[in-house]
Design a protein around this ligand. Structure first.
Ligand code: F6P
Length: 342
């Protein structure tokens, strides 16, 4: 009789809500639908280097759907990084440990960095499946990463709360959300929260335009304004986006301005129902791919359909907000300032 497949699961890169839902989705489908053996790999690719594994039975996967973080732990270990002392040996070591453990496939749950490593490991001949997660929503090849919707809820709630305090004090409130390269979270939360100014890394802004716009609001009797900025917008080195923009606005507009940096709150806590569904579905689909031996793919979503894209197409790319994105046009139409034109 054919041996049941043995699969490893790891979570790598920055954490986000929904990781445990994805681990559960992979693990339960593998055990219950296909009778596979499931092994958790600790702390991302570090666990493969250090042979730090934990067997996962069905009971270990119960009660984790709603939990934030990851029961497997994570790290930013990048085994193919050239600057590292053991750079050339790490991929070999991972290959060796993969074979030694008898894995038929490893499911790598992560963002862009993880998908890059996953595609390189697949190129080295390992059976790999990628699952896209990140609050930044910037993984190329999928419309949606899990983690994004939860972070969007948190950031929108924060903007809602800033409205009332801004109104009471007649202040300008600057709120910084995560997103180094991509402005998805700032754009979506900014629109959902009714931000007046939204600055994203993809659209170069002119602070004079921003200040002119805010002055116009003051002169037309609007008592307060909300400015949503992505952490990755252009600014001097060593100063946060919110700090820099808030100072420039207070100087230029002459209205008391406060800043809020939302930080890691965006990555913590229980996943939203949308993320629970997405992570569970991605996890289940990953195992269907393994059962069909369609390795070297990342699970993705286009429209309503979950499908797969080759990891070799994904690795090393970023999904940025395109300049013709419909929500940008809607924002402009609603009178939101994106920092480039009045
Ligand atoms: O990649 C997700 C992300 O949340 C980015 O938006 C953020 O800049 C980064 O991770 C920070 O990660 P850490 O401080 O954990 O390395």
């Amino acid at each position: 009789m054919k041996q049941p497949k043995k699969i490893g699961i790891l979570t790598a890169g920055g954490d986000c809500p929904g990781l445990n839902a994805a681990i559960r989705g992979v693990g339960k489908t593998a055990i219950l639908k296909y009778g596979m053996e499931v092994v958790g790999i600790s702390s991302g690719f570090l666990g493969l280097l250090e042979k730090d594994y934990m067997p996962l039975e069905e009971n270990d996967l119960s009660g984790i759907l709603t939990l934030g973080g990851t029961i497997l732990g994570t790290s930013r270990e990048k085994p193919f990084k050239k600057t590292h002392q053991l750079a050339n040996k790490k991929p070999e070591l991972i290959k060796e440990h993969y074979m030694e453990a008898g894995f038929d496939c490893v499911v790598c749950i992560g963002g862009n960095g993880t998908m890059r490593t996953a595609s390189l490991l697949a190129k080295e001949g390992l059976n790999i499946i990628g699952l896209p997660k990140t609050i930044d929503n910037d993984v190329w090849g999928t419309d949606q990463t899990f983690g994004f919707d939860s972070a969007l809820n948190i950031a929108t709630d924060a903007i809602d709360r800033l409205h009332s305090t801004a109104n009471s004090h007649k202040r300008i409130m600057v709120i910084e959300v995560m997103g180094h390269h991509a402005g998805w979270l700032a754009l979506y939360a900014g629109m959902a929260g009714g931000g007046d100014v939204i600055l994203i890394p993809e659209i170069p802004y002119d602070i004079k335009i921003v200040n002119k716009y805010l002055k116009k609001r003051v002169n037309s009797g609007k008592p307060y304004s909300i400015v949503v900025v992505a952490e990755g917008i252009k600014r001097p080195k060593g100063v946060s986006a919110a700090t820099y923009i808030a100072e420039k606005i207070e100087d230029g507009v002459g209205v008391e301005t406060r800043k809020t940096i939302l930080g890691y709150i965006q990555r913590g806590g229980s996943p939203s129902p949308t993320d629970r569904l997405l992570a569970s579905s991605y996890g289940a689909y990953a195992v269907d791919l393994i059962a069909r031996e369609e390795y070297g793919n990342m699970v993705m979503k286009k429209g309503d359909e979950i499908s797969a894209v080759p990891l070799s197409d994904v690795g090393g790319k970023l999904r940025l907000v395109p300049d013709k994105h419909p929500l940008l046009e809607k924002a402009r139409g609603l009178g939101v300032c994106l920092g480039d034109t009045l």
